[in-house]
Design a protein around this ligand. Structure first.
Ligand code: ZN
Length: 412
């Protein structure tokens, strides 16, 4: 039995697509605490009210609508409504709209769950404006770094506190959000894959097993700044040459590890002049793995290798997100839902971060993916075919039904 009203799903996704679109360059601007992001939340709360749910926002600006049915804590379903600059309408938006369609579908069919269902849109999942990604789900989980939040500001110097105040929110109230944690039974999120694996393999549904951990490291190599012409060849100590040897070795190390990806994305060289041997080179590295041991081993290797190349090299970790594991007994529930609907599925790791990763540390959480055309996201070309959107929404709805043990009741 299918549950989703395809016309509702399509028209709701199209309505959301009107908020924050850049008509000149294409793509969406729904940056956290911007007028467009807040407009999307207001639009979402209107949709929740139209479905006759109990609607509210918490102190982090997360928007919720709850179907108060059955007993006990609620199964939350949803995603986020903010975007990166010039992002797409599917990253986050798809999961929110499919969650709306799920509740509508369960109710249209006269199903009566034994526990409440909460449709959720989390604040500032992406984080590019204030460097405060996953803010809404971290607030729920009680994982906020208040010192960082108090000093957070955007590129124009506007503080997060000030931006929140404009919409009636205070950073002083953020820590109260986690008081509501016991209202959650668990969390289920539909998202686009943001990579090419499903499309390339022709598989309908990705069942996420783990969400990658992420470490950002700063590696500093020291050399001796000196004249590029007069310094004898055997007396040159170039920090950039050491950094280059290290980068190539790192690439080889990563290539041999199937559960590790990595990127040297930034280099600072000083004094950064063609006629001066570099005295210092600083590399910024992003490494990711779903396995904590692999990340730890990679960080140890980076440390040792950097010092093997140049004994005074130093390594510091300035950002870390632990790997997250989806609730193992919920994976077969998603797979059964997909099979009953005739859709193919595969298990995969998410190499991008998600609200479900944060929430998985404090409640059962699971995620499913639908294909991203050409693997593109965080760009105006982000697109998922409507057939895939509908299939994902059907699996979300069937999984929600299974997790709330709905039984059929007569319609009145
Ligand atoms: Zn997203």
């Amino acid at each position: 039995m299918t549950l989703i009203d395809a016309q509702y799903l399509r028209s709701t996704l199209e309505e959301l697509a009107e908020i924050g679109y850049d008509t000149e360059r294409g793509g969406y601007h729904r940056l956290a605490w911007s007028s467009h992001e807040r407009q999307a939340h207001q639009w979402f709360r209107n949709q929740l009210e139209a479905l006759d749910l109990r609607v509210w926002s918490d102190a982090a600006g997360n928007s919720f609508g709850q179907w108060d049915v059955g007993q006990g804590p609620a199964l939350a379903i949803g995603s986020h409504l903010d975007s990166v600059p010039w992002g797409g309408n599917y990253d986050g938006g798809l999961g929110v709209v499919a969650a709306l369609a799920t509740v509508k579908g369960l109710r249209d069919r006269g199903l009566r769950p034994i526990r409440p269902i909460r449709v959720a849109a989390f604040t500032d999942e992406e984080g590019p404006r204030f460097g405060t990604g996953l803010l809404g789900s971290k607030a729920v989980a009680g994982f906020l770094d208040i010192d960082h939040i108090q000093s957070a500001h955007d590129a124009k110097g506007r503080t997060l506190a000030d931006a929140m105040k404009e919409y009636g929110y205070s950073i002083n109230d953020l820590e109260t959000v986690s008081d509501s944690l016991d209202q959650f039974f668990g969390y289920l999120e539909l998202h686009i894959e943001q990579g090419p694996r499903l499309e390339n393999s022709g598989i309908d549904i990705g069942v996420v097993t783990d969400i990658t951990g992420i470490a950002h490291l700063l590696v500093t190599f020291s050399g001796v700044a000196n004249h590029a012409g007069t310094t004898p060849k055997n007396a040159r100590h170039s920090a950039l040459l050491a950094a280059s040897q290290f980068i190539l070795a790192l690439e080889e190390f990563i290539a041999a590890k199937p559960d590790l990806v990595g990127n040297v994305g930034a280099i600072d060289v000083s004094p950064n002049a063609a006629n001066v041997i570099p005295g210092e080179a600083r590399l910024r590295i992003d490494i990711r793995s779903p396995h904590e041991e692999t990340l730890d081993a990679a960080m140890t290797w980076i440390h040792e290798r950097a010092q093997a190349v140049e004994p005074n090299a130093s390594v510091s970790r300035y950002h870390y997100v632990a790997p997250a594991h989806m609730h193992s007994t919920w994976l077969p529930v998603i797979e059964n839902a997909a099979e009953n609907l005739g859709f193919s599925h595969t298990r995969l790791v998410s190499w991008a971060g998600h609200d479900a990763g944060i929430l998985s540390h404090v409640m059962p959480a699971a995620m499913l993916f639908v294909p991203s055309h050409a693997g593109i996201s965080h760009a105006p070309e982000e697109w998922t075919a409507f057939d895939d959107v509908l299939q994902g929404a059907e699996v979300l709805a069937a999984t929600t039904q299974a997790l709330t043990e709905a039984s059929e009741v007569p319609r009145t």
